[in-house]
Design a protein around this ligand. Structure first.
Ligand SMILES: *[C@@H]1O[C@H](CO)[C@@H](O)[C@H](O)[C@H]1NC(C)=O
Ligand SMILES: *[C@@H]1O[C@H](CO)[C@@H](O)[C@H](O)[C@H]1NC(C)=O
Ligand SMILES: *[C@@H]1O[C@H](CO)[C@@H](O)[C@H](O)[C@H]1NC(C)=O
Ligand SMILES: *[C@@H]1O[C@H](CO)[C@@H](O)[C@H](O)[C@H]1NC(C)=O
Length: 227
């Protein structure tokens, strides 16, 4: 899924918009319009995502959200859910007790209008549309905006692991163990080589020391003789 940030209305505003976005994301979580997932698994829950950011985050607003559904074999959308004043209502019997609000909580200023389908069935396959009906409140006037998004949801059977996936996992463990074994063998080999080299060096330096010692003794004797 891609990240879609509310686009600025004019290209010349892009830079200013980016700047403001950076500032606002530093201060508090900026609203980001993320596309919904589209693949639901049968008999599991699924979140239908719908986010509509306010073009001007600082302006107070109220919003209501409506969801519509059109099954694969239908030509018309039917209203299935509405959310207003922190109350959600299921308006289609196919979804009775199966929809739950997953959007903005404890506010009437909704920017996330997502809903959650409990226990997805194959009959839920189809197109969903969410509508944001928003009223922005400026100091001396109100501004009405609507936004909508369309999601095509596909229902798939529970994900089963293919043979290839299991085989590749086995291969991964085999190669990890093989590499570690090789590493241990290599370490023992190196350790032996180093300690052998160390002993040899010790013997050599001992011999050298003895040689120097005897040489200096000779020298001393020589000096003594010269005196
Ligand atoms: C969405 O709602 C479902 C069912 O009520 C819940 O299990 C899930 O945690 C919710 N997720 C979010 C992100 O609110
Ligand atoms: C989901 O629905 C199926 C068939 O409608 C039912 O057999 C199953 O018990 C349900 N699961 C849950 C968790 O409600
Ligand atoms: C799905 O739709 C078919 C035909 O409309 C109906 O017979 C069936 O009972 C439905 N299944 C579920 C799980 O609602
Ligand atoms: C927004 O949608 C509502 C109905 O959902 C409609 O009455 C209103 O005229 C729309 N406003 C705009 C600006 O499109």
């Amino acid at each position: 899924s891609s990240l879609l940030v509310c686009p600025p209305s004019s290209p010349s505003l892009s830079l200013a918009f980016l700047f403001v976005l950076t500032l606002s994301s530093l201060c508090h979580g900026a609203c980001v319009e993320v596309d919904s997932d589209t693949e639901a698994v049968a008999n599991e829950g699924f979140k239908l995502g719908c986010i509509s950011c306010k073009m001007r985050g600082e302006v107070p607003a109220t919003a209501s959200v409506d969801w519509y559904f059109r099954a694969q074999d239908e030509s018309e959308y039917t209203h299935i859910y509405s959310y207003e004043d922190e109350v959600g209502e299921i308006t289609d019997e196919r979804f009775t007790e199966r929809l739950d609000w997953n959007g903005s909580k404890r506010t009437r200023d909704l920017q996330d209008g997502s809903i959650y389908i409990l226990n997805v069935t194959y009959n839920d396959t189809g197109t969903y549309r969410c509508f944001f009906n928003r009223i922005l409140t400026f100091s001396n006037y109100e501004y009405h905006t609507n936004a909508s998004k369309t999601i095509f949801m596909n229902v798939v059977p529970r994900l089963t692991r293919g043979m290839a996936s299991i085989l590749s996992e086995v291969m991964m463990y085999v190669s990890i163990i093989g590499l570690q074994f090789w590493l241990v063998v290599e370490m023992i080999y190196c350790y032996r080589k180093i300690s052998a080299a160390g002993e040899e060096a010790l013997r050599e330096s001992a011999a050298e020391y003895l040689a120097i010692a005897s040489e200096s003794k000779d020298n001393c004797a020589g000096v003594q003789v010269a005196e």
